[in-house]
Design a binder for this molecule. Sequence first.
Ligand SMILES: Cc1ncc(COP(=O)(O)O)c(C=O)c1O
Length: 294
Amino acid sequence: MSTKINLNGQILEDASISVFDHGFLFGDSIYEVICTHNGQPCFVKEHLHRLRQSAFAISLSIPLSDEQFWQEIQRTVRESANPESYIRIVVTRGVGEIDIDPGSCTRPNVLIYVTPLKAYPQEDYEKGIHIALVSIKRNFKEALNPGIKTGNYLNNVLAKLEANQLGAKDALMLNSMGYLTECTTSNIFFIREGRIMTPSLECGILDGITRQVILRLARENGFLLEEGQWPPEEIQLAEEAFITGTLKQIMPVTLLDGRLIKDGKPGPVTIKLMSLYHDLLEKEYGQAVKGSVS
Ligand SMILES: Cc1ncc(COP(=O)(O)O)c(C=O)c1O
């Protein structure tokens, strides 16, 4: 079990990059987080697609094809020999002058970090977690679109600090219009009168890969679904709530701003979706090792 860092194709125990890299100087980088299930990286095609969308949005050209990424991810995962791995891809603007203009950066740095996957406490899934509405607003879509997964996460860091002060595990942010958006590293869902509701992409959120899968599973299993723009009062009246993300998968939320959601226990819709998601992972990433980007 170990941590390996693939820096531009070289696999190292510990890597370093220049202090003149614009990723470090200006947060001028993009990233993706993937995790394995039964040792297999999950939803790689979807993550690489989003990485390319992020690259396009910040006019960064990625020097690797999807197939090359897949080979490098597999090679690094194999070398780290973890039972389950956390995989972080980072592409920075590269080294340049200390100047906001990226024109002096000639070569992006491509990093693939692979570390042992740390599971969230089982208690979080069984009892649900506490999240809090914070005063920090999600980035204004027309300033730095939250749909782009950049290395500039200060907005979310500030929200997380506020959640910590409030004794909550995560922060729920509103946008500048006062509508619900997402948590610091997760999308939010809630259930009202049996309908699954989640902020739409127009609210200014990351189009989470787990969110996409949950929406698909919910549709396929006949749940009523609504994506929209809602003020916080809507979630305050929810019967259930949960957050989603690559690492946490589906995590029930049972406390909002210190108040119980319904009876303060994970609800039936959340539990059903947790089980459907787990079944899907087993089906897609059972024992057989696949040979190309999947
Ligand atoms: C702001 C934000 N929202 C949502 C998510 C969940 O996205 P995914 O399901 O692709 O992991 C993340 C993941 O890092 C995130 O940073």
